[in-house]
Ligand binder design. Structure first.
Ligand code: ME8
Length: 653
């Protein structure tokens, strides 16, 4: 975050209490928590607000349906959100409820200010209202003249006396704000959507209702007790009433918000109504409104009726809270829609976390234990590995702007580069060889390099995976805080000499889905059909009639390759690590399960047949970018090779 920011006020939407928290709510809250943790670590005065939105017709009806008093119902559901965030160790500073007395006073105060400055007038409203979205729609926007354009549910015709906010007066001021602040709405594509909408013309906004009761009353001096405030006016005001607006103003110096995190479904309220209200109140604009995309489940919209809603608590309990946090933030570019599948989550845990990060710590513990009784001394890291350190810091320097630009997936991608530098350095400099050659100082420096990289990565990963990174820090004998962030990430300090603490493996491999979840009906049918078809083709194979066309055969790219480097994969009984020249700029790395039959020396400088268009895979932490053809029977395995030497890269077929 640029140094001009001294404080960071970060908010989530306040969630409706008509439903319990699901993965979408968890996503918004976890992103906000990540930003808040980073801000605190980097020394900014940070205030993180979340809470619940408890007024409006929707809530009143939900309570009625359950035969409960609205307040008792709101109390109950609000507590389920708060409990979940507490269980998830969400580092909020305040949990606001729109039924809090201070909040309601603040909303009334705002109404008075807007009324006094001429932005509110009384008239009659006639139009269509969607209770589910708590939104008014002009007839022109309805689907088939009746249904809500947002959620598809039937709208209700409302005709009642109402107070209006002069939103139309703010069209030009809003357009000027978007124009002057190119990153006020993130991602930028969303800003363009908003601009187009506003350019299309703004109607004045009905901001009170008379047909139900469950809301904030108008200020007493207006003497109009049958009106309650429109739930969105009430709700949006939470961002300032939480700081004391309209009561004691205690924390108003934290305003404006550094970022309002929201889902794309509520962008219009935040990017149009909210700034207009603020302008009317004479308050500064928020710095950013950041709208993320929508989560689906196995490609389908989540809904209770389909029984496919993902419960964040279940996922976190099964797979680990920090793993879940990492997955959500890494899997989807901010602003894009994301799909929750256990397979994708398991891949992230086993590959990024297990292979790249967990395994690196294991390697460090192994190396230090074997050669140095667990000791790590960084004194000579710079002497031997300055290039690697420079590479690591070049990556670290790129991170902070990515985070507050909401490019969180890129932040994590970039953060994995130092891990790759570390893993590659072990392969390249081979501590076991250094020790054999008596280069103990160099081997210890390598140890120090790996520990340094792990410590720096742990600091920057902490906001996303706080519990895991605190464990890594314990193993490496340091604490993640503003001091270590300043000295080891902003500065180039390395760890003091220490002895490694052994810790439990951080990312035990997940072999299969851990949650039994109901598959939606049509999905089940698709799976059955697929299973049937697989069975069919398997039986035809047995009969020797699994025929494919020549086009299908040519979809496989087979090439002659020359093995230019060969070594064993440490600790593996089966794997060799080969660099195979297939006529490209650089040799391909291939991990081959052939060690039982071929040694590294056997393979060096021989030719092989390579399947060159396989998706890269990871084996024991090593990327494999191809497969070698071999034949295996009861007498063992032999490689398939060209009969005469051929140029590397020659196509086979
Ligand atoms: O709109 N994918 O509350 P709400 C991603 N009270 N995010 C999702 C999601 C999904 N499938 N479902 C919900 C309200 N969300 C108002 C807000 S703020 C002044 C008032 C997230 O309970 C997303 O952030 O319907 C969305 O904006 C928020 O939950 C809406 O929660």
């Amino acid at each position: 975050m640029p140094s001009c920011h001294k404080n960071a006020y970060i908010t989530t939407p306040i969630y409706y209490v008509n439903d319990i928290a699901h993965i979408g709510h968890a996503y918004t809250t976890i992103i906000a928590d990540t930003l808040a943790r980073y801000s605190r670590m980097s020394g900014l005065e940070t205030y993180f607000l979340t809470g619940t939105d408890e007024h409006g017709q929707k809530i009143e009806e939900a309570a009625k349906k359950r035969g409960e008093s609205t307040q008792a119902y709101a109390d109950k559901i609000s507590a389920t959100f708060k409990n979940l965030w507490d269980e998830f160790d969400i580092s909020y500073d305040k949990f606001i409820r729109t039924t809090d007395a201070d909040h309601m006073k603040g909303v009334q105060k705002a109404f008075t200010v807007m009324h006094d400055n001429g932005d509110i007038y009384k008239d009659r409203y006639k139009g269509h209202y969607c209770i589910s979205c708590e939104t008014f729609f002009p007839e022109t926007q309805l689907v088939d003249g009746e249904f809500c354009p947002e959620c598809g549910k039937p709208t209700t015709i409302v005709e009642e006396e109402s107070y209006f906010f002069k939103l139309s007066d703010y069209q030009d001021k809003l357009l000027a704000w978007y124009e002057e602040n190119p990153d006020c709405i993130l991602p930028k594509s969303k800003r363009n959507e908003v601009i187009r909408f506003v350019e299309g013309g703004l109607h004045d906004l009905s901001i009170t209702r008379t047909s139900f009761d469950w809301g904030v009353k108008l200020p007493e001096n207006l003497n109009d007790p049958k009106h309650v405030m429109y739930v969105w006016l009430d709700a949006l005001m939470n961002y300032v009433t939480a700081l004391g607006y309209g009561t004691d103003d205690a924390k108003m110096d934290l305003w404006p918000a550094r970022v309002h995190l929201i889902g794309k479904d509520i962008l219009r309220f935040h990017a149009i109504y909210w700034p207009a209200f603020l302008m009317s109140l004479g308050l500064p604009m928020p710095k950013h409104i950041a709208a993320h995309g929508w989560w689906t489940r196995d490609g389908e919209k989540m809904s209770k009726s389909k029984g496919n809603v993902v419960d964040p608590r279940e996922v976190a309990n099964a797979y680990g809270l920090d793993n879940f946090r990492y997955f959500m933030l890494r899997e989807v570019p901010f602003g894009g829609d994301g799909d929750f599948s256990q397979k994708a989550l398991i891949d992230r845990i086993n590959s990024d976390l297990g292979n790249d990060l967990g395994n690196l710590l294991n390697r460090l513990i192994g190396m230090s234990g074997k050669y140095f009784e667990g000791r790590v001394d960084s004194s000579n890291v710079a002497k031997y590995y300055q290039t690697e350190l420079d590479e690591v810091h070049a990556s670290l320097d790129k991170l902070e702007p990515l985070l507050f630009d909401m490019q969180i997936h890129r932040y994590l991608e970039e953060l994995w580069r130092p891990l790759s530098v570390a893993n590659k350095s072990i392969d390249k400099y081979q501590p076991w060889t250094l020790m054999k050659e008596g280069k103990e100082e160099e081997a210890m420096a390598l140890n120090g390099l790996i520990a340094a990289i792990l410590s720096k990565v742990a600091i920057m990963l902490y906001p996303v995976m706080p519990a895991v990174c605190s464990k890594i820090a314990t193993a490496l004998n340091f604490t993640i805080d503003n001091d270590s962030w300043s000295s080891m990430v902003k500065g180039t300090a390395l760890l003091e000499t220490f002895t490694l603490e052994k810790i439990e493996p951080l990312f035990p491999r997940v072999e299969e889905p851990l949650l039994a979840q109901a598959e939606p009906a049509d999905k089940k049918a698709a799976v059955k059909k697929e299973a049937k078809e697989t069975k069919k083709s398997d039986s035809s194979k047995e009969e020797g009639v699994a025929l494919i066309g020549i086009d299908q055969f040519f979809q496989t790219s087979l090439k002659v390759g020359t093995v230019v480097q060969a070594e064993e994969v440490p600790k593996s009984k089966k794997l060799l690590l080969l660099q195979v020249d297939v006529g490209e700029d650089e040799p391909r790395q291939v991990v081959a399960g052939i060690k039982e039959w071929y040694s590294a020396d056997d393979m060096l400088n021989t030719q092989v047949c390579v399947v060159a268009n396989l998706k890269p895979a990871k084996l024991m932490g090593y990327k494999s970018e191809g497969m070698l053809l071999a034949a295996k029977d009861e007498n063992g395995l032999c490689m398939i090779r060209p009969e005469k030497p051929k140029t590397a890269g020659t196509p086979i077929g």
